[in-house]
Write a new protein. Structure first.
Lengths: 509, 315
């Protein structure tokens, strides 16, 4: 090959830059992966890990830079070339069809056949060979339905499937998120097996202890840049966290407010997604809730609002314990949830701005079920004006508005409901800088008016710029709380990332 | 800018259908002698009534992104039961109340299974379609029910202010449904559930009663259709109403209802039904083989929806 460069590297990514409207997702990133190396990729939410992986699997085209796979140079990959070159991302939930058998899954789209007829025997034989490579021959039955397997075994099938396509570079993105502790060890065993067979692995995980256990080397990303690469034996969790922090928001939005009495308290809240969560919020207070993806932030908000069932624990509003718990009851108790995914949960996209804004309050602006259309319109005009929602008319379908304006419609909806406790789940997600600042100001105004705010965000600087306190979640539970005078990105991140033994220290810090 | 386009667009789905109707009427007026006569127009209005009521009910269900296949069978069971009650000497008002209650009950059952057990609407109402048809055949022994009072038949041939009695019912149903959909909280919730049930739930809307209410009201409308059908047929026919579900859905879709939910209106449903009725009436007058009617309806349906899809994609 003409462009033969260095054959011990399976992947070299040089000066990769990728921008999205308004955001630089990656800036001049260099990333190398040696044959048979297990490399950890760490960074906060939004640091650029997924973008880098998507460029490597061909889902995104980089704006500039080059990718060298086994010595062959590419300006950009596409999913077909990436697969041919042996790059495979293992997302077990997305890759497997539960109602098909193990071998049907492994050979899906590449069925082994003779004269057009599927050869089951041949497929069973090959499947057993692949499973033997991983040490799972006889443990996973090629003819078993994938739906019947444990999460760990599903993961093995997903890996075997990648191997069946001759994967040489395997990307494991948060592979342990759905695994129990014992299963994690099984996975590590298989990863070591892959390494011994000369396969390179990119390992992405929020659990730093896993990175230390399974990886040879690691690369830290922050704000779309590589901040450093280390051999695992030459670094510590603390050093990594120091490398990951340091992002800043240009402006501080914090305003002094009068903080009143307690309005919401939850004790020991537990369901299938969150465990033993307790905290309280006072009138006029802005409390941040931080956690990495999958830490249970959104799930806590949903349980609190009554969108998901609660198994254990109590919720007190104004000191009164609440019994019945549904979104409808919560709204009556003046709770508002601005959900994370506004398109899926916040808006009826095919309805008008007017209908969306008034949705939670139709019972209030109607008599015997008949809507007072004057109140309905007045209310809509009020919010279009006060939040400066850019829409040609109140009859515009919200699907035709920009992200920022859609978010303002969701906010209006809940402002209209005259709530007193606002749960905002990633309210600034996917909207431009100007609209973000307007939303921070709105949150401040709400709090100054005596409302209680629970602000969920995966962007620490944002929380530090506006909150009185920050609660940090880790693995479905509240790992700690930090008050404003003690805010530091490092502390918050260590609470979110670190293992048990380090937690107590930070809390008393 | 886009907004005007959008309003024009929803309006124009209906205006296109209106133009199609006008074109057909002009064509039929020129090429047949009988079309533009009072008798025939009254006939068309009578024929469109049951189709129209069914289409309004179907539209209501379709707005929630559901579907109801039980229309024809509910019409049949109401028709047969109502006929038998009247033959047995039950006062008309009591018979009406009884069959309306039954029809509403069947609608409730549809809604209950759709919401409570998450049975897909297609399946739940397919089951009801089979059950109600079976019931109609069972209670009548598979035979037509004769011997209804003459007043029943006279009602359907009578007119009020020059307009057939039957058609007044359709006017009332359209007025009621337009009011329900546009002016009431229930109407707003129906559209909201059709657009995004999760957002609706998180906005404090009781989805259960919206879904059950919708199927119940639809059932009630089929019940009304069944009563009017009895008047028109002057007997109970257990096989009546076969294929009504397809006519009703076709009319609803022609009238601008989207099977994706959150779109549709009662006026639109009426226009859709009028297209279908005109085709049926026109092909009789033109001596076209009646078997062609269904083929024409099918072609018009798939063409309209295709045009609609292309245009909504473009916007």
């Amino acid at each position: 090959m003409a462009d033969e460069i260095n054959s011990t590297y399976s992947v070299i990514m040089k000066n990769i830059t990728k921008t999205f409207p308004g955001v630089v997702a990656l800036a001049n990133v260099n990333f190398e992966l040696e044959e048979g190396e297990v490399k950890g990729l760490v960074g906060e939410n939004g640091a650029g890990k997924s973008t880098l992986i998507k460029i490597l699997t061909g889902a995104y085209t980089p704006d500039q830079g080059e990718i060298i796979i086994f010595g062959e140079k590419f300006g950009a990959l596409n999913p077909i070339i990436a697969e041919k070159k042996g790059i495979a991302a293992v997302y077990q939930d997305l890759m497997l069809a539960n109602h098909l058998t193990v071998q049907e899954n492994i050979f899906l789209g590449n069925e082994l056949s003779k004269l057009g007829l599927i050869s089951k025997k041949e497929m069973t034989k090959k499947t057993n060979e692949l499973l033997a490579n991983l040490g799972y021959k006889g443990i996973i039955d090629p003819l078993d339905k994938v739906g019947n397997l444990s999460s760990a075994h599903k993961g093995m099938v997903a890996i075997a499937k990648a191997l069946a396509k001759n994967a040489k570079i395997m990307i494991l993105d948060e592979p342990t998120a759905v695994l129990a502790e014992k299963e994690v060890n099984e996975l590590f065993h298989v990863v070591k097996q892959l390494r011994n067979n000369g396969i390179s692995v990119i390992y992405i995980s929020h659990r730093l202890e896993e990175i230390f256990e399974i990886c040879d080397n690691l690369t830290v990303l922050k704000d779309g840049k590589v901040v450093g690469s280390r051999k695992v034996e030459e670094t510590t969790e603390d050093e990594l966290i120091t490398m990951m922090v340091g992002r800043e928001l240009k402006k501080d939005f914090y305003v002094e407010r009068n903080i009143g009495e307690e309005i919401l308290r939850i004790e020991n809240l537990t369901n299938s997604k969150v465990k033993h969560c307790s905290f309280s919020i006072k009138k006029g207070e802005i409390v941040g809730l931080y956690g990495l993806v999958g830490s249970g932030r959104t799930e806590l908000a949903r349980a609190l609002f009554g969108a998901d069932p609660i198994e254990e624990g109590e919720i007190y509003i104004n000191g009164k314990r609440i019994n019945r718990h549904s979104p409808k009851d919560s709204i009556k108790r003046k709770l508002a949830l601005i959900p994370e995914d506004r398109r899926e949960q916040g808006l009826a996209l095919r309805l008008s701005v007017k209908d969306n804004i008034n949705l939670p309050i139709y019972t209030r602006i109607s008599k015997i079920g008949i809507i007072d259309s004057k109140k309905e319109k007045d209310n809509t005009f009020n919010f279009i004006e006060s939040l400066s929602i850019k829409t040609p008319t109140i009859y515009q379908k919200v699907e035709n508005l920009s992200g920022g304006n859609q978010q303002k419609v969701v906010l209006s909806k809940w402002l209209a409901s005259e709530s007193e406790i606002f749960i905002l789940d990633e309210p600034t997600n996917g909207i431009d800088v100007g609209a973000k600042e307007e939303i921070y100001e709105l949150i401040n105004d709400l709090a100054s008016g005596g409302n209680a705010i629970l602000l969920i965000s995966s962007y620490i600087p944002e929380l530090m710029a506006i909150c009185d306190r920050i609660l940090v979640m880790r693995e479905g539970t509240i790992a700690g709380e930090i008050t404003r005078e003690k805010f530091s990105e490092g502390k918050i991140l260590s609470l979110a990332l670190k293992t048990e033994n380090n937690k107590a220290g930070v809390r008393n810090d | 800018m886009t907004n005007n386009k959008k309003i024009n667009f929803t309006w124009s789905t209906q205006s296109v259908v209106l133009l199609v109707i006008m074109a057909m009427w002009i064509f039929l007026s020129i090429f047949t002698e009988e079309f533009l006569t009072i008798t025939n127009i009254q006939n068309v209005l009578k024929q469109v009534t049951i189709q129209g009521i069914n289409a309004v009910g179907a539209t209501l269900v379709i707005i929630t992104a559901g579907i109801d296949l039980s229309v024809g069978s509910v019409v049949a069971v109401v028709n047969v039961l109502f006929a038998m009650l009247l033959v047995g000497g039950t006062p008309i008002w009591f018979g009406v109340l009884m069959v309306l209650a039954l029809a509403a009950g069947l609608g409730f059952v549809n809604g209950f299974f759709v919401h409570q057990f998450r049975v897909p609407p297609f399946i739940a109402t397919l089951a009801m379609m089979s059950i109600a048809r079976g019931a109609a055949l069972l209670i009548s022994g598979g035979r037509n029910v004769f011997g209804l009072p003459r007043s029943i038949a006279e009602f359907s041939s009578g007119t009020f202010l020059g307009i057939p009695n039957l058609f007044w019912f359709l006017i009332a149903v359209i007025a009621f449904m337009e009011f329900l959909l546009r002016k009431t909280t229930f109407g707003r919730y129906v559209y909201a559930v059709g657009s995004n049930p999760e957002a609706a739930r998180l906005s404090g809307i009781n989805i259960r009663w919206v879904i059950i209410g919708v199927y119940l009201i639809a059932g009630l409308l089929w019940g009304l259709s069944g009563i009017l059908e009895t008047s028109r047929l002057w007997m109970g026919v257990p096989n009546t109403g076969t294929g009504y579900e397809l006519d009703a859905i076709a009319a609803a879709v022609l009238g601008g209802a989207s099977l994706m939910g959150a779109q549709g209106s009662a006026i639109g449903a009426f226009l859709g039904a009028l297209v279908m009725t005109t085709i049926y009436n026109g092909s009789v007058l033109l001596n076209i083989d009646p078997f062609w009617q269904r083929i024409i309806v099918g072609i018009i349906l798939v063409t309209t929806v295709s045009i609609d899809q292309i245009r909504s994609k473009r916007s």
